[in-house]
Ligand binder design. Structure first.
Ligand SMILES: Nc1ncnc2c1ncn2[C@@H]1O[C@H](COP(=O)(O)OP(=O)(O)OP(=O)(O)O)[C@@H](O)[C@H]1O
Ligand SMILES: [Mg+2]
Length: 147
């Protein structure tokens, strides 16, 4: 996929559903997908992940509270969801098994609070999508970068 960026204004849940559908459609057929979400407290990261998971076919989304790592398997595909809010150090991160998931030959890795990551170098074998969410008077501005 050629690198490019998009900006989407999201005013409600319907817009969010459409946005997530498009993301999943665009990435169909990719074996390794890394989705990095960033944005201030309460801006809508977890909700976005929930909608994305739904689009990927996950029917039972675990409660995001407290757990740093959730794993889903759907239609033979592995999905790892990390919420790094409580991560304070590299060793915290290591103990969650964060780096291990990149050994998988096929997976979606979805990361909330991706700006907590100190190391931002990822293998080029992963299609990387960075989504930054900002709350404005016009709605939520989603800046998406396909790397
Ligand atoms: N697209 C949207 N349209 C309307 N409301 C939304 C949208 N996305 C999220 N919300 C609402 O905003 C609130 C915060 O969302 P959410 O918990 O997903 O944010 P978050 O970025 O994960 O927060 P935190 O940083 O605290 O983890 C929720 O009440 C959610 O329902
Ligand atoms: Mg959250």
């Amino acid at each position: 996929m050629a690198p490019h960026a998009e900006t989407t204004v999201i005013k409600n849940f319907e817009d969010l559903n459409n946005f997530c559908k498009q993301i999943v459609n665009k990435l169909k057929g990719q074996r390794r997908v890394l989705l990095l979400l960033s944005g201030d407290l309460g801006v809508g990261k977890t909700k976005t992940v929930e909608v994305l998971l739904g689009e990927l076919g996950v029917t039972q989304v675990s409660s995001p509270t407290y757990a740093i790592h959730h794993n889903y398997e759907v239609k033979g595909m592995n999905i790892d969801h990390f919420d790094l809010y409580r991560i304070e150090s590299e060793s915290d991160l290591e103990s969650t098994g964060f780096w291990d998931v990149f050994m998988q030959p096929e997976a979606w890795v979805i990361v909330e609070w991706a700006d907590r990551l100190q190391q931002t170098k990822f293998s080029p074998q992963w299609v990387r999508v960075e989504i930054n969410i900002e709350l404005t008077e016009q709605g939520r501005i989603f800046k998406t970068q396909f790397c």
